[in-house]
Ligand binder design. Sequence first.
Ligand code: IDP
Ligand code: MG
Length: 149
Amino acid sequence: MERTFVMVKPDGVQRGLVGDIIKRFEQKGLKFVGLKMLQITPELASKHYGEHQGKPFFEGLVKFITSSPVVAMVLEGKDCISLVRGMMGATDPKKAAPGTIRESYGIDIGRNVVHGSDSPESAVREISLFFKDEELIDYELSLDSWIYE
Ligand code: IDP
Ligand code: MG
């Protein structure tokens, strides 16, 4: 089983999309092992988006992601890193496949509603940036045998 870091960004929270987005992951069969709301500090934003430092959109991205609360979560499931990336769709909502979260809810690339880790290394790094070990809960889902063969 893999774990991934997912976040409903400030635009998703402000627009009342948290429930709909969480519902998609729940209905897919992914397990929530951590979930919280927080306001991202500029320091955390710079760490989280460190790979984009120096790019033209970096300053706007940090300003946006710190502008209002986010809902952060850790999801667990088979191949869930790529699974969640697929459910989110391409970074630019205009290029996201029909039915994906970003295609369904977004218009501009800088307001694409949701974040998800892009690799196992990013997932480990991002989970540890946002969650303490004791905030992640190990538990059994009784439905697992109806989701996985
Ligand atoms: P990702 O979120 O799909 O992993 P990244 O390339 O890692 O995409 O970019 C991080 C975030 O930065 C994107 O989700 C998007 O909100 C924002 N972003 C990326 N490229 C641009 C751009 O060209 N203009 C404005 N914002 C951008
Ligand atoms: Mg990324």
